[in-house]
Ligand binder design. Structure first.
Ligand SMILES: Nc1ncnc2c1ncn2[C@@H]1O[C@H](COP(=O)(O)OP(=O)(O)OP(=O)(O)O)[C@@H](O)[C@H]1O
Length: 376
């Protein structure tokens, strides 16, 4: 514990690595999780292209990770925001910030992945992603891309004295982050998923930003998973597991700071990896099956192969407009594109969602439903 200028004691996490004994039960769970990742990896060569899953999975992650912290934007609204740069929810609230924040998560994640070959996972990379996460949000007290200069705390009350957890004071952040950076980029200390669980906890315990720590820390998990080479693309996201078990997620993190209970957290994390990897493999297979079925139905009803181009584009981004469809299909006539969109509406594949006379937006509901479906 270290003093703060708010007259409460703050928690300073110990430098990594922690003292941790991996027992045979945890090792077994770890091996099962690695097998589940292998199951997901095995689906990839059967896909026409990786974008069929990487694009939609990153959107699903953005929605779920942001939802842990209370945003309301769903998958469909995110897609519409990306298409129109405005949120359908803004009609009720006049406020686009919720959707923009989820969209920013996609951008921050993508930016982090793009920087991976150039930067070590650490201070600069975290700040680069944080800058994207808060871009254009104008959140008071948050400096996008910069570590906090103030003491912060976690808890329901607005008084630090009643906080559940008080992270280290700003003066400690640089040294703690350097230690985390050395750990993350150094040789593995524990089995790989255990090291990633440790890094996520440490990042959350440091809580280097005024806001956005949960989300940057969850992107850190995906970046570390991508670095392991277990999967060729960033495809594995833990937010569904954390969102589903939010209380336990928070309690397990707190359990380390309060009682050094690393095992319970690592066990919860590793089990989660197995669950989300199997779920991702199932979802990828279902997407592929839906694509095959849709193509077959269109073929049987004598549709042109141009329409398949549109269907395939919808699997990467399940929202379109007539103008966009025209471009995707390489058509020169608006009317021609409109006819094709109507064919997909009749086939039950596209649904208009704005209810407007102009600027109509069409969503491929069979795809968004499949992505939105709760984990089995
Ligand atoms: N006891 C705890 N110790 C350390 N980290 C915790 C603890 N409880 C929760 N957390 C982490 O802190 C995150 C919340 O921190 P923060 O508010 O900075 O993140 P966020 O992504 O911005 O969320 P929000 O959108 O609410 O601001 C949680 O998502 C979780 O990852």
């Amino acid at each position: 514990m270290v003093p703060t200028d708010a007259e409460v004691l703050a928690f300073r996490p110990n430098d990594l690595p922690p003292k941790l004994e991996i027992d045979s039960a945890l090792q077994w769970k770890h091996d099962q999780a690695i097998l589940a990742i292998g199951e997901l990896r095995a689906v990839l060569p059967t896909l026409p292209n990786a974008g069929l899953v990487t694009e939609p999975f990153s959107r699903r992650e953005a929605v779920l990770s942001s939802r842990i912290e209370g945003t309301r934007t769903g998958l469909e609204q995110l897609y519409v925001f990306e298409k129109q740069n405005r949120s359908p929810l803004a009609d009720e609230t006049g406020d686009d910030r919720d959707a923009r924040e989820v969209h920013n998560y996609v951008t921050a994640l993508r930016h982090g992945v793009a920087l991976l070959p150039k930067l070590p996972i650490g201070h600069r990379l975290f700040c680069e992603m944080h800058e994207r996460l808060f871009d254009g949000l104008g959140r008071p007290g948050v400096e996008p891309g910069a570590f906090r200069r103030q003491q912060n705390f976690i808890g329901r009350s607005t008084h630090i004295a009643d906080a559940t957890f008080v992270p280290p004071p700003p003066a400690e952040l640089a040294a703690l982050t350097s230690n985390l950076e050395r750990y993350v980029n150094g040789p593995r200390t524990f089995p790989v998923l255990v090291d990633i669980a440790i890094a996520h906890y440490q990042f959350e315990a440091i809580h280097p930003f005024a806001d956005g720590n949960g989300r940057i820390g969850r992107i850190l998990i995906t970046l570390m998973l991508a670095e392991t080479g277990l999967l060729p693309d960033p495809l594995l996201y833990l937010s569904a597991h954390f969102e589903h078990n939010r209380r336990e997620y928070y309690d397990r993190l707190l359990g380390i700071s309060r009682g050094g209970d690393w095992l319970a957290w690592v066990d919860f994390f590793v089990e989660g990896v197995g669950i989300v990897a199997r779920d991702a493999a199932r979802r990828a297979r279902s997407l592929l099956a839906l694509r095959e079925q849709t193509r077959q139905e269109l073929q049987e009803s004598g549709q042109s192969s141009r329409l398949f181009t549109l269907v395939d584009a919808l699997f990467a981004t399940p929202v379109t407009t007539v103008n966009q469809a025209m471009e995707t299909m390489g058509l020169s006539s608006y009317r021609g594109a409109q006819k094709n969109v109507e064919r997909l509406i009749q086939a039950g594949f596209l649904t208009e969602i704005t209810g407007q006379r102009r600027n109509k937006v069409y969503v491929a509901k069979p795809i968004t439903d499949l992505l939105d479906a709760p984990s089995a």
